[in-house]
Write a protein that binds this ligand. Structure first.
Ligand code: UT7
Length: 324
């Protein structure tokens, strides 16, 4: 028998305010046509003034607990992926912990930008498999709109706000790919690519929050090759073939990147969970938002094999394979 972690619930939250490409045309030198053709994005949600990352995270966490049929009191670990924390410290995870009324266990933030959710899953899975936790909330939450430079049309049209969460629970398995569990995570980073995607501010450097800066074309090239490699790595490690995948739940940065990965895997578009059209790029929140949508609308069935992959600033990238 092998100790593993299983996802027993998921939930999400989107701020009420949806901003369409047409709305953006009024304030930025762009067009609905350009944004749709280059990215697949049609709309994104933007948090209201005073609505913080922890508020989004808490709403998603409550939805995930509700779906799992679990009381918050049974959670002993919170791992929250975000690149837009409420404050430089303390962690946003501890604010969520307090919001759930929890006084035991531990909570921490993980910073891997758009790859944050896959990183957070891996961290929580390690806590569970080593016995440091038995039930973990894994959250991806962002108010990325707060990092946008509205004079930079190459970035400001791409991102949105939101949060998604899953409940992970310790489970016994056989230790092979038939287990209903998180089968594997594979993480990578390469800090040499720092300046391809970064925020030009920070507590230690400028003492300001700063704005996102991106070399889009180069990130695009890295995304296609690195995501293909990390997907292959996950399948080989589990003795699985692309044809075994029931659902691709990718990070939602650009529909063209997602289509490219699906083509390499020979997956029909009906097996790809796509939210980028309505959410834009919500960084660490995009995978759990997409997962919650596909689970709650009944697409994902018990026993299905789900492949997640993401790449973000750093560069950081990774994949996770889950048997639902
Ligand atoms: O989540 C983290 C990972 N991030 C990503 O995966 C993002 C990866 N990169 C991308 O998704 C794409 O590179 C972008 C969507 C960011 C850009 O698409 P692209 O096809 O690579 O466009 P480009 O940067 O080569 O720009 C093409 C043209 C340029 O004009 P010129 O120089 O050809 O005259 C840009 O100035 O499009 C122009 N442009 C715009 N036009 C209208 C750039 N942004 C806009 C805009 N509206 N918002």
């Amino acid at each position: 028998m092998a100790k593993r972690s299983r996802i027993v619930g998921c939930g999400s939250y989107l701020p009420a305010n949806a901003v369409s490409n047409k709305d953006l045309e009024a304030r930025v030198d762009t067009s609905d046509e350009w944004i749709v053709q280059r990215t697949g994005i049609r709309s994104r949600h933007v948090a209201a003034e005073g609505e913080l990352t922890s508020d989004l995270a808490l709403a998603a966490a409550r939805a995930a607990l509700n779906h799992a049929g679990m009381d918050a009191a049974s959670i002993d670990c919170i791992v929250l992926a975000t690149t837009t924390p409420d404050n430089t410290f303390p962690s946003t995870a501890t604010k969520v912990q307090a919001g759930l009324g929890l006084t035991r266990g531990f909570a921490l933030d993980v910073q891997a930008v758009c790859a944050g959710f896959v990183y957070a899953l891996s961290v929580a899975d390690s806590f569970i498999r080593t016995g440091q936790a038995t039930r973990a909330l894994v959250i991806g939450a962002e108010t990325f709109s707060r990092l946008l430079d509205w004079n930079d049309r190459t970035t400001c049209v791409l991102f949105g706000d939101g949060a998604g969460a899953v409940v992970l629970e310790a489970a016994e398995g056989k230790g092979d790919a038939s287990d209903r569990a998180l089968l594997s995570t594979h993480l990578h980073s390469d800090g040499r690519y720092y300046d391809l995607l970064y925020v030009d501010g920070g507590a230690s450097s400028t003492m300001t929050t700063g704005h996102v800066r991106m070399h889009g074309q180069e990130i695009f090239r890295h995304a296609v090759t690195k995501l293909s490699e990390v997907v292959e790595e996950a399948l080989v490690a589990n003795g699985l073939e692309p044809s075994d995948i029931d659902w691709l739940v990718p990070h939602q940065a650009n529909q063209r990147i997602i289509d490219g990965i699906a083509r390499k895997l020979k997956l029909p578009s009906s097996k790809v969970v796509l939210t980028v059209d309505r959410h834009g790029n919500t960084s660490a929140a995009s995978i759990p938002l997409a997962l919650a949508e596909a689970v709650h609308d009944g697409r994902v069935k018990r026993g299905d094999l789900i492949l997640m992959e993401a790449i973000g600033g750093g560069l950081t990238w990774g994949s996770a394979l889950v048997r639902w």
